[in-house]
Design a protein around this ligand. Structure first.
Ligand SMILES: C[S@@+](CC[C@H](N)C(=O)[O-])C[C@H]1O[C@@H](n2cnc3c(N)ncnc32)[C@H](O)[C@@H]1O
Length: 377
């Protein structure tokens, strides 16, 4: 089997009775590597931007061009794309999904954001030791759905790895590449509307990074349950993007604490969707309420920057930093406008503080990732 049936560190993941959740936290300890004197001096929390240092600093040599769906003409294979779907909204030079959808989804659908999505796919794949999922999906999986597929990079990798499977990726925006494996197709679909797939159609339903997109997680997982075949699996991977540290290296005056973390707390009320999916346990609750069994939860700390001692975690941290640095505007433009108001000055300066703060090796920040998967009995 190409993708192992158990969570890492749980070689024979136990089969649970209904509604029991197995929780695995499997990672080397997130310990910071010792810093050089120079790095200690570089610590930048709270320092003013524009002091001669390039706030767009690129920490490492990773290129977002490899393993990427970026740069290829994008059209959906679905015939259902009407002109209005292509009429992207434009906000301060960034494009967003068509106003045809009722969704207020917060990140752009342009190339810059697509690059960040592809780097995200890369760091999550490194995190899972080159696997595409954790659920014990069998090798002969036939029908796979990727909900909110983004650039389609996960669906494309799935199609490559499982040539006998039919893989469908859905999204609000037709931002997926044209040239994909023959067993992969993309469709425009709003996953918060009633799913039109027949009952029991898919063997595996995959959802990743839908924070900020969903107002009712229980409903989403009910729909996934209905469309999953008996014996099939559904997996959800979410990230709480609030940043924490285990060693108090995010200081109280840090822009992470004064701007970044509060921003995401303000948004749910304003946008009607959750950004604290992990913290609020919404995945687990949804899986349990829908009726899944053998529910397994796997938690990771996602370091930001190459500061961890462990080599793999340092690599993941560099990629995470790259994702954020590449498009911190894309993640925060709508949130800023919604929370502070479009005309409020200081946005770009605040982003410059953020870039400096997260690239400092003295700041041992991480975000929280949770995988939850369950089987339909
Ligand atoms: C952060 S991206 C994640 C992309 C992909 N799942 C991945 O992990 O690489 C979130 C994606 O969800 C899509 N999305 C947001 N709301 C949606 C909805 N209601 N229905 C379908 N897709 C949605 C967005 O357009 C975006 O492409």
């Amino acid at each position: 089997m190409a993708d192992q049936p158990t969570a890492p560190g749980a070689p024979n993941a136990p089969i649970n009775s209904p509604h029991q959740t197995t929780t695995v936290t499997n990672q080397p300890d997130l310990i910071a590597a010792p810093q050089t004197e120079e790095e200690v001096c570089e610590s930048s929390a709270g320092g003013p931007p524009g002091d001669g240092e390039d706030p767009n600093y690129d920490e490492d040599s990773y290129s977002s061009e490899s393993d990427s769906a970026v740069g290829v003409d994008s059209v959906s294979s679905s015939n259902s794309i009407t002109a209005s779907i292509m009429e992207y909204r434009n906000i301060k030079g960034r494009t967003y999904h068509s106003a045809k959808h009722e969704s207020k989804y917060f990140t752009p659908n342009d190339e810059q954001q697509m690059e960040s999505q592809d780097i995200t796919h890369h760091y999550l794949t490194v995190m899972l030791d080159d696997r595409l999922f954790l659920a014990p999906v069998p090798d002969n999986v036939k029908r796979v759905l990727d909900v909110g597929t983004g650039t389609g990079i996960w669906a494309i990798d799935m199609g490559d790895k499982y040539p006998d499977a039919e893989v469908i990726g859905t999204d609000l925006s037709p931002t997926q590449p044209l040239w994909v494996p023959p067993n992969v197709k993309f469709e425009i679909d709003d996953c918060t509307k009633e799913w039109t797939w027949p009952e029991g159609y898919f063997d595996f339903i995959h959802m990743r990074y839908l924070f900020g997109a969903i107002s009712d997680w229980s409903e989403l997982l009910h729909q996934a349950y209905r469309c999953c075949a008996p014996g099939g699996w559904v997996q959800s991977c979410e990230c709480d993007i609030a940043m924490n540290s285990d060693d108090d290296t995010i200081r109280p005056e840090s822009v992470i604490k004064t701007f970044w973390n509060p921003l995401w707390k303000e948004l749910p009320e304003k946008l009607g969707v959750s950004f604290q999916v992990v913290e609020e346990g919404l995945q687990n609750k949804g899986f349990e309420e829908a009726g899944f069994v053998d529910i397994t939860e796997v938690n990771y700390k996602l370091p930001i920057g190459g500061w961890p001692l462990d080599r793999k975690l340092a690599e993941i941290g560099q990629l995470t930093l790259l994702t954020l640095n590449n498009d911190i505007e894309g993640y925060t433009l709508i949130p800023w406008n919604v929370v502070y108001g479009e005309e409020t000055p200081g946005y770009q300066e605040t982003l410059a503080y953020m870039r400096r703060e997260i690239r400092s090796r003295s700041t041992h920040a991480y975000m929280s990732i949770r995988y939850v998967y369950g089987r339909k009995p």
